[in-house]
Ligand binder design. Structure first.
Ligand code: ZN
Length: 137
């Protein structure tokens, strides 16, 4: 099974809900039981799972990341975006989600988010779906 590639144009900073795109990739794969890996090949962006109901949660998430990883430190990296590299590694570049009955097995309030820490940029993420050969395959 192949890898699906998705493209995003991001703001300077922020979180983009990619749950529906990942869910559509699962449906189109026809896999009913297995795992789904969402991965981004960037060093100043990340993938995470968090609340998709109250938009204040992702705003607060980005605010909290600024507190945890302030921009104005004695960083030496010439590009001037070390804070974004730190955020990227802290959050992580991938998530793995269980597929059950042809659906992503997410909690009621969970969504899959692409995190931009150093935009605006053109970004990519990949979705790999692996069947476990369970019932319905
Ligand atoms: Zn850099």
């Amino acid at each position: 099974m192949s890898v699906r590639e998705f493209h995003l144009s991001t703001p300077r900073e922020g979180m983009i809900n990619i749950t529906s795109q990942v869910g559509q990739a699962v449906r189109e794969s026809g896999v009913t039981s297995g795992i789904c890996v969402v991965f981004t090949p960037h060093t100043t962006a990340a993938i995470t799972i968090n609340e998709n109901a109250d938009p204040d949660v992702v705003r607060d998430f980005m605010l909290g990341m600024d507190d945890a990883f302030p921009q104005n430190r004695a960083f030496q990296h010439m590009e001037g975006n070390s804070h974004a590299h730190l955020k990227s590694s802290n959050v992580g570049c991938s998530e793995t989600i269980i597929i059950e009955n042809g659906r992503l097995l997410l909690g009621t309030w969970q969504g899959i988010w692409f995190c931009e820490f150093d935009g605006p940029r053109n970004r990519r993420f990949w979705v790999k779906i692996i069947s476990d050969g369970g019932a319905g395959q």
